[in-house]
Write a protein that binds this ligand. Structure first.
Ligand code: F0G
Length: 344
């Protein structure tokens, strides 16, 4: 059973002495070597499968810390804007802590599994007739005028918790990888990984990927109406814009865009040839590596080792999976018919 992240890495987190530990035993996720991708890109590729967290995404790392602090300071409720995973995680940790939860999501634009999670955990789910960026602006204003804790990644405890993924990668490999490929939405996670690597005195090349229709960091300006099949990263104005760009620059890395088709191809490849079912947004890290090749910092050798972060579980979004998968084969109760269906 994984040790709660706060117990494992508590000395690097700035929780207060009296804070409770609100945990679902998150973290300690598998780092899986991929011989096929390694051969394809010419470097040792590992996949950090964050879908193995309790609510199925990396958000749990930040949420255990943010909700523990919120509870410690006497908050009675938490709120967030979300493309789905933050909502699911905030709802679960709020339930665990005995706090009320409210989540604001873009109407019709979050994967059905995430919606089911947020509702089952008892959060009040508000479907905003707008996008994530508008939802975030609204929850920021609400949190300023009401006694409710904002648990988006603008909350520093979220970043602190999420940086532990970088610690795990270093601990497992015995050293930092040469490069890290990661999907980028609101830009909290890449900011967190960079903080974690810096804590370890490491500077892997950061290689961030946004979806083509939602690539403000690549285009250099906010996108009013972001669009992508990877709903988790359908974000046009990332809150951690500056920190993320500073991290790309400091690491001598870069941020690039991948098309929805490239995302879907990587999504299918990971499921069908690696046995790893991640959600579409997560596949952006592998899509980017395949589409753009190894990141090579000026004046440096190509990286020998790359970690791709698979941020969330494929079960979150069954609609996209079934929409892209081959059909189920129907069959009558008859040995010969089943034989034909199996072997033909
Ligand atoms: N991958 C997944 C599966 C996500 O859910 C998110 C963000 C990201 C990548 C990007 O991470 O925002 O830190 O750059 N999801 C947020 C949410 C926005 O509301 O669940 P980021």
């Amino acid at each position: 059973m994984p040790t709660p992240l706060i117990e494992r890495y508590g000395e690097h987190l700035s929780l207060e002495a009296g804070d409770p530990v609100v945990t679902l035993n998150e973290g300690s996720t598998p780092l899986i070597h991929s011989p096929r991708l390694s051969e394809r890109v010419g470097a040792e590729v590992h996949l950090k499968f964050e879908g193995a967290n309790p609510t199925g995404s990396f958000k749990d790392r930040g949420m255990t810390v943010a909700v523990s602090r919120a509870k410690g300071r006497g908050a009675e409720a938490v709120i967030c804007a979300s493309t789905g995973n933050t909502a699911a995680s905030a709802a679960a940790y709020a339930a665990r802590a005995g706090l009320r939860g409210a989540v604001i999501v873009p109407e019709g634009k979050i994967a059905v599994g995430k919606l089911a999670q947020a509702l089952m955990h008892g959060a009040r789910v508000i479907a905003l007739q707008g996008n994530f960026d508008q939802a975030l602006t609204i929850v920021r204003a609400l949190a300023e005028s009401h006694p409710i804790e904002l648990v988006n990644s603008v909350n520093r405890y979220r970043i602190e918790g999420q940086k532990t993924a970088a610690y795990e990668v270093c601990d497992e490999l015995g050293e930092a990888p040469d490069a890290l490929a990661i999907p980028v939405g609101n830009a909290g996670n890449v900011t967190a990984y960079w903080a974690g690597f810096q804590d370890r005195g490491a500077s892997p090349v950061l290689y961030g990927f946004q979806a083509e229709g939602a690539a403000p960091l690549v285009e250099g300006h906010p996108i009013d109406q972001p669009e992508t099949i990877a709903s988790a990263i359908r974000i046009g104005n990332p809150a951690r814009w500056e920190e993320a760009m500073n991290a790309f620059t400091a690491s001598r890395g870069r941020v690039a865009a991948v098309s929805d088709q490239q995302i879907l191809d990587a999504y299918r490849l990971l499921a069908s040839s690696e046995g790893l079912f991640c959600e579409p947004a997560s596949a952006a890290s592998v899509a980017g590596l395949l589409a753009h090749g190894l990141p090579v910092a000026e004046g440096s050798e190509p990286p020998g080792s790359v970690v791709c972060v698979l941020t969330g579980h494929g079960l979150k979004d069954p609609d996209t999976a079934l929409g892209k998968a081959p059909p189920v084969i129907g069959c009558e109760v008859d040995l010969a018919a089943v034989e034909k269906a199996v072997f033909d």
